[in-house]
Unconditional design. Structure first.
Lengths: 277, 157, 263
């Protein structure tokens, strides 16, 4: 495939998603998405629930394979990797799940230590230092002995973040990091995403439908809808876009290109039917 | 739970599990008695072995000294050939020993009882006991008894 | 007519789905067996699971074993005394336990206590994205989560079955000798005279190892394959108990027939 961009631009793109199609069974989820993500940026991917944002993250992480199109991370094509190579790539990639996905049978300390224990043979004193440093980054050094069930939603996500940065990854993908959090916790997570991006240079992909919070921390934003990219630009540009679809999402209008009604037979006709459901 | 406590519990569990297995093997099962060590084989021919089976006991003076390892049929002499494994500790079985098939209790299992002779020469591996007495078959015994009764009655008249 | 065809079609669908699931379970077993190899260096993971499925199941096994043995003692005595052969009570209790009840009842209890817990645990780990999270951390959940549980179950089952049988014999002794007045010497000697180490005890252990493999396999597969919702996990847990129990009983018949040399 010919590369239209010059080399410097190509090297600038860390995650390159090009014309990706994906369907679950017969239901198409992604219908030709092209979505380059620049190295060292905080990129927001916004869109309504069920528009394929999380699917996109799973594709980047190699958990699922696309039907067609290319997905390259740092120059390597993710769907073509063997399991071993994929695992090597994932050591430099982190995905922060919506719920945090902490191991419920391990303490906070052990949760953060988990990836380090699995992949290295650090002696215990050094391991302890590393884990405490990670926990300090997210401000939870004092919570090291708590169990995940004793944490609030925001704290659980911060622990998960500490665990995700155990190996100082190239990319962190955040799946709905703000959902279900109070304003203070939202602010804390937003600040952490920004800080990690600036101090460690970690490329961040934030998938969210929280417009205000996401726009405030991102350098570039994509707006997805119906399996396609509906709009893109810096947050300020996106805010000003005239497109109906973008406007509906940004302003939270109940009806518009995304209809209020779930597709159904005409109302009157439905009411007048005598049999069936 | 810390590592030490867990290891302790698992260790305890494995220990009592193995102990239970050992109890089954030695106290419930017959690992101690069934194992005939450095055995040697002797044979015996019987007219009728009744219900004798492989692994039935071989005793002398009531003590188990071996077990039946094979039962076969000699189609020339129409006899049963019983091969017995005798414990290597008991090497002094005289050659004129007699073998009888006995029953433990009235309805119990059948076993081979050896009655020592007076010979100074002892049996060696593969030798055959010559003096044998068949199993008592209950039906035959009853039949014989009835026949004798009838015959005796006739004489009395 | 249409309804009949639909019924037949549904039967076909169900059958095909069952075969497909069995195939997946078999591939899964293969993966798990492969994944047990690296565990030699990390035996602590297995030990944790021996604790979870073995030590925590111990109490129910011991109590059940004791009662089963005691009931055997009572029932056996009442039947044997009619033939005047209550001396063989020990033999009856020991043979029933070692050959059949020990491995089978242990496996059934194991499926209910440990198997269902395994399924629920793994299913919840899946539902809360812990397994996916592990995969994203480049850790294979089959090696880290499934294989230790599988090995732990296989190691624990024969020990539990042996404990069940042993305490059952003691229970039978308690009732037969202590309560009903069977001679203690006769109780043990009759038992030792006829319980064969290879034919009875080793075969019993073989049975419990097979049951251990099957029960744990079903439990971890159902958990791993569960629909990741609370309803899905509940159904999977239910299936674990039903399938394990049925498999144990069916396999017990097959194994017994093979061991007695009837087939």
């Amino acid at each position: 495939m010919a590369q239209p961009q010059s080399d410097s631009v190509a090297r600038d793109i860390l995650v390159d998603i090009r014309d990706v199609h994906f369907s679950r069974g017969d239901r198409p989820i992604l219908k030709g998405i092209t979505l380059p993500i620049r190295r060292g940026s905080v990129t927001a991917i916004m869109g309504g629930s069920g528009c394929g944002k999380t699917t996109l993250l799973n594709l980047i992480g190699g958990q699922i394979k696309p039907n067609s199109g290319t997905i390259r991370v740092d120059g390597v094509s993710v769907p073509d990797l063997s399991t071993r190579e994929l695992f090597e790539l994932r050591k430099r990639m982190a995905l922060l799940f919506q719920t945090g996905a902490l191991f419920t049978d391990l303490t906070v300390f052990e949760n953060v230590a988990f990836p380090i224990r699995e992949h290295t043979r650090l002696p215990e004193p050094i391991l302890r230092k590393v884990v405490l440093m990670k926990l300090e980054t997210v401000g939870l050094r004092g919570a090291r002995d708590l169990m995940p069930s004793e944490l609030s939603g925001g704290m659980a996500r911060r622990v998960a973040l500490a665990r995700a940065i155990a190996f100082e990854p190239l990319i962190i993908m955040y799946d709905e990091p703000f959902t279900g959090l109070d304003p203070i916790s939202k602010g804390v997570i937003g600040k952490l995403i920004r800080e990690l991006n600036q101090s460690l240079g970690i490329t961040s992909i934030v998938v969210s439908h929280d417009v205000a919070e996401t726009c405030s921390i991102s350098d570039y934003a994509y707006l997805m809808g119906d399996g396609r990219v509906m709009g893109e630009g810096t947050p300020a540009e996106v805010q000003k876009t005239k497109s109906e679809h973008v406007r509906q999402f940004m302003d939270g209008l109940p009806d518009g290109p995304v209809p209020y009604q779930y597709p159904a037979a005409p109302y009157l006709e439905d009411l007048m039917r005598w049999n069936g459901r | 739970m810390n590592r030490k406590t867990l290891e302790l519990w698992v260790g305890l569990f494995v220990a009592i599990g193995l102990l239970a297995l050992a109890m089954l093997a030695f106290k419930v099962g017959n690992l101690t008695t069934a194992d005939v060590l450095n055995s040697y084989r002797i044979k015996a021919r019987f007219e009728n072995i009744g219900g004798l089976k492989v692994k039935s006991a071989v005793t002398m003076a009531g003590v188990r000294i071996g077990r039946v390892s094979e039962v076969s049929f000699d189609s020339v002499r129409y006899q049963a050939v019983v091969t017995m494994d005798i414990d290597g500790r008991y090497k002094t079985i005289p050659t004129d020993t007699s073998a009888t098939i006995l029953t433990a209790g009235l309805l119990g299992e059948q076993y081979v009882g050896l009655e020592p002779g007076a010979d100074e020469v002892y049996m060696k591996d593969g030798e055959t006991i010559r003096l044998t007495q068949s199993a008592l078959v209950l039906e035959k015994l009853i039949g014989q008894f009835l026949f004798n009764q009838a015959a005796g009655g006739d004489k009395g008249k | 007519m249409e309804r009949a065809l639909e019924t037949i079609a549904r039967l076909g669908r169900t059958f095909l789905a069952a075969i497909e699931r069995l195939g997946r379970a078999t591939f899964f077993l293969y993966e798990v067996v492969i994944a047990t190899r690296p565990l030699a260096r990390r035996f602590f993971l297995v030990m944790q699971q021996v604790y979870a499925v073995g030590v925590l199941t111990l109490l129910i096994i011991l109590v059940s074993g004791l009662f089963v043995g005691m009931v055997l003692g009572l029932q056996g005595y009442n039947t044997l005394v009619k033939f005047g052969s209550e001396q063989t009570l020990g033999l009856l209790v020991a043979l029933s336990l070692v050959r059949e009840l020990g491995p089978v009842v242990t496996a059934l209890l194991f499926a209910g206590r440990a198997g269902s817990a395994l399924t629920a645990e793994i299913g919840l780990m899946k539902a809360t994205e812990q397994l996916a999270g592990m995969e994203m951390m480049a850790v294979n959940p089959i090696t880290r989560v499934i294989a230790p549980r599988f090995l732990g179950g296989i190691l624990a089952m024969p020990l539990l079955a042996a404990l069940f049988s042993a305490i059952g014999v003691l229970g039978g002794h308690l009732v037969g000798v202590g309560l009903l007045g069977v001679d203690a010497g006769a109780f043990w000697s009759q038992m030792q005279g006829s319980v064969d180490f290879y034919d009875d005890i080793v075969n019993g252990v073989i049975k419990s190892v097979v049951f251990g493999v099957v029960c744990t396999w079903i439990a971890v597969f159902e958990g791993y394959d569960a629909v990741p919702t609370s309803e899905g996990v509940a159904r999977a847990t239910n299936r674990t108990v039903v399938y394990s129990s049925l498999s144990v009983l069916a396999l017990d018949f097959i194994l017994t027939a093979l061991m007695l040399g009837e087939i």
